[in-house]
Design a protein around this ligand. Structure first.
Ligand code: FAD
Length: 475
């Protein structure tokens, strides 16, 4: 058929996966077009995910931190929150980054076609132009012919079917709009996204309940790390309902009445002013007629790919949240580079040993590779060493002596295979553990590396020295 536009590389979706894939494709000499329904580049992560949430979490961390300075002889009046200004601040942060991306696209001559794309066949995509927040269509259509394609259409929040439509019921996107701070808020889902938003709203003054179907909050890291977070955050929550399901929501004028079932369920419905649905995210795989291109999508909506990020159709690649867990921006970016490089004829593969995870709560919890739990389940023999921050000068000086750094080594090879850090800046520090794992370091390699003193980061060196039996700083 005829086409309005042609390109060598078409990238569907402009999240961290999509823009990284497009930029690498252009850098490698391909004429590249991005199709994106939103007005700005950056996808979920920059517009309604990683970045706005961290802009708010930074502000609330400073609020929390300053409230602890009374013991040091400095006290402040209770914070006055101007929600409109806070929202504007968050939007400014997002705008700086999405604007930067637009400049980077322009610099590389990557064309952006605004609209909702769906496949017509293995070499054509039709784009229905969108306006506003990307949901409304103008009716204008364009057909683009492509030689190769990278699908980076991402994921969306799961909405529980029995929950009514109501402006007081939001997903993470709605919560990040920061329209108001409710008196009482329910967070459905005790995962990272739910707990980060609970941290923001509770610091801003909401009383928060969390309901979680599983038997614990924050699945992923070892329980000892989560316990530290829990102990410091208990006062944040009214109720934490574990092994409990939300079964009905009645939206009345005076509030949202929620019924629960399970171990933690109160007998009567509970009234809330806002509900955040954070019960998981689902891939967008079934929303753009992948079948017309012959691309296989599994029943959950994920697109299976090989180590070169190829789908079953050799000239079509898929990356990011769309291809599987963990749904994280740093994974999407690495997969994007592989897909673009393979499309350009380079030998490249997604071949990482570990992908770190971070809860940017107060305090942060970061982990990577094997947990002790996982090693136990798999029957893998490990040695662990834990450096308590109560023995770190800097942690004590910073009022963070509750934290710890834990390293996990293979008992036979003594190589590091995992680690967890809990405390301020844990997410910034976990990268060193990732590098150590990728490089096959053992405890001596890490312990004999001089870390700056006094820093929280030296706790990684200390933990390694404990593992090596040479630590002198801890009794
Ligand atoms: P997305 O970012 O989802 O981008 C997909 C893009 O494709 C979107 O812009 C969408 O509009 C567009 N699109 C989809 N279908 C079409 C179509 N048919 N036509 C046109 N355009 C289309 N990850 C982290 O690593 N760290 C964090 O701190 C973090 N915090 C988060 C906080 C929240 C509240 C949320 C929701 C997520 C967070 N994540 C975080 C996850 C992170 O946002 C995702 O892993 C990441 O955005 C995935 O990138 P992606 O490129 O695969 O897809």
């Amino acid at each position: 058929g005829s086409a309005d536009l042609e390109c060598e590389m078409l990238v569907l979706g402009a999240g961290p996966g999509g823009y990284s894939a497009a930029f690498r494709s252009a850098d490698l000499g391909m004429k590249t077009i991005i199709v994106e329904r939103y007005a700005t580049l950056g996808g979920v992560c920059l517009n309604v995910g990683c970045i706005p949430s961290k802009a708010l979490l930074h502000v609330t961390a400073v609020m929390d931190e300053s409230s602890h300075l009374a013991d040091a002889g400095v006290s402040f009046a209770a914070p006055q929150v101007d929600i409109d200004k806070l929202r504007a601040h968050k939007e400014k942060v997002v705008g700086k980054l999405t604007g930067g991306l637009a400049g980077m696209a322009k610099g590389r001559k990557v064309d952006i076609v605004r609209g909702y794309g769906h496949f017509l066949d293995p070499h054509h995509i039709e784009v229905e132009e969108t306006t506003g927040n990307g949901q409304e269509k103008t009716g204008a259509k364009k057909v683009i012919k492509f030689q190769k394609c990278i699908i980076a259409a991402g994921s969306a929040a799961v909405h529980l079917p029995f929950i009514p439509r109501d402006p007081r019921i939001v997903d993470s996107t709605g919560a990040l709009e920061l329209r108001f701070v409710p008196e009482k808020m329910l967070v459905i889902g005790g995962g990272i996204i739910g707990l980060e938003m609970a941290t923001v709203y509770s610091t801003l003054g909401a009383k928060v309940d969390v309901v979680e179907m599983a038997d614990a909050l924050m699945q992923g890291p070892d329980r000892d790390a989560v316990k530290v977070w829990e102990k410091l955050n208990l006062s944040r929550f009214d109720k934490i309902m574990l092994k409990t399901k939300t079964v009905a929501v009645d939206a009345k004028d005076d509030g949202l009445y929620v019924k629960f079932e399970g171990e933690g369920a109160p007998s009567e419905p509970v009234k809330y002013d806002m509900i955040l649905q954070a019960a998981g995210r689902a891939p967008n795989g079934k929303k753009f007629a992948a079948d017309k291109a012959g691309v296989i999508v599994d029943e959950r909506g994920f697109i299976p790919v090989d180590a070169q990020m190829r789908t079953n159709v050799p000239h079509i690649f898929a990356i990011g949240d769309l291809v599987g867990q963990p749904m994280l921006a740093h994974k999407a970016v690495h997969e994007a580079h592989v897909a673009a490089e393979v499309a350009a004829g380079q030998k490249s593969a997604f071949d990482v040993q570990v992908i770190p995870g971070v809860a940017y709560t107060h305090p942060e919890v970061a982990w990577v590779g094997y947990t002790e739990d996982q090693a136990k389940k798999e029957g893998r023999k490990v040695e662990t060493s834990k450096f308590p921050w109560a023995a770190s000068g800097r942690a004590i000086a910073n009022g963070a002596d509750y934290g710890f750094t834990k390293l996990i080594f293979d008992a036979e090879t003594h190589r590091i295979i995992g680690g967890a850090i809990v405390g301020p800046s844990a997410g910034d520090m976990i990268g060193e553990v990732c590098l150590a794992i990728e490089m096959g370091c053992d405890a001596v390699d890490i312990g004999k590396t001089i870390h700056p003193h006094p820093t929280l980061g030296e706790s990684i060196g200390m933990a390694a020295e404990i593992a090596h039996g040479t630590c002198t700083d801890v009794p």
